[in-house]
Design a protein around this ligand. Sequence first.
Ligand code: SAM
Ligand code: SF4
Ligand code: SF4
Length: 356
Amino acid sequence: MDYRALDVERVHADTLLDGLRRPLHDLRISVTDRCNLRCTYCMPREIFDENHAYLPRSELLTFEEIERLAGLFIRLGVRKIRLTGGEPLLRHGIEQLIEKLARRQTAEGVPVEIALTTNGVLLARKAQSLKDAGLSRVTVSLDGLSNATFQRMSGSEVAVATVLEGIAAARTAGLGPVKVNMVVKRGANEHEILPMAEHFRHSGIVLRFIEFMDVGTSNGWRMDDVVPAREILDRIAVCHPLEQLDPHYSGEVAERWRYADGAGEVGVIASVTHAFCNECSRVRLATDGRLYTCLFASEGLDLRAPLRQGEGDRVLTNLIADCWGRRSDQYSQLRHAATGEAASQVKKVEMSYIGG
Ligand code: SAM
Ligand code: SF4
Ligand code: SF4
């Protein structure tokens, strides 16, 4: 499916608006809170160690439950579903879930993009089956090209080559356009900005740099560790001049830039220094069926209980619509941009559980 065509759907989607008149368009589903990496900014090993209590299987939404909820979200205007986690490729039988979602979007009669974000470790062996199941696209996270940096960032001994093979397999399988996300942390992998840009120039893959965010409460976030998007762009532009591109659609979180010499495109996601809450149309369904209207939320709406109590579509739809209608989240815009002071001192949920 041409994902640009989704813009049209966006305009014509049922306009369920939140308290700040933002439509509901994107649904992110965390299918597991487990991961085979320990990225320092997400699941630091000191905290996510062998004593960490992951959700027991009985508390995870089943594929049937996810499919049913996805159908309701589609009817409420969702046109993009992203599977995430934790590491979504660790969820046993993930292809079956993708098949169900693909069938559901056909049954609902509207085009819905089904995407997945992965660390790429298991992608080489799964890319073709994911494509066959109906996945539209993948985004792969990769924080550096040297093994030393990547292994330090990911708290693992995985080789960069494993992730690069995953990216290549995704392209061969037709899971495109493939995007690569790199979280940049001051003093940790900023020296990889230019090598990463140069590696992906001329490749057709869009590399996007993400500012290190204060999600959860375990990653020891400090404003000093954030490399502002502007600085990232300046570092690239010294060697490879850049020109800004228009967004694909209003509300696109990544700012788009093209290499002036025609070598392709890069993006920056300036969640900290240039917050985009005004346009935020995302809702997150956590691994256990709680619904969160912001990445930085501390409370979610329990959808699993009414699902398992046998409530009908109407009750569930009203719960979701009411939750979205009452939404007024704008955490990143309220965070003091200069000092990085948190907008709230309340304990926030972890990214691996809520779905990044
Ligand atoms: N495990 C998969 C992966 O890493 O792609 C999917 C889940 S991960 C939580 C989704 C995305 O969130 C990744 O691109 C990751 O780099 C990003 N992420 C996690 N913690 C972050 C943080 N503190 N700041 C910015 N991005 C973060
Ligand atoms: Fe795992 Fe993704 Fe978090 Fe890294 S960013 S620890 S790969 S969930
Ligand atoms: Fe959306 Fe919350 Fe992020 Fe703002 S801080 S862009 S409301 S998820």
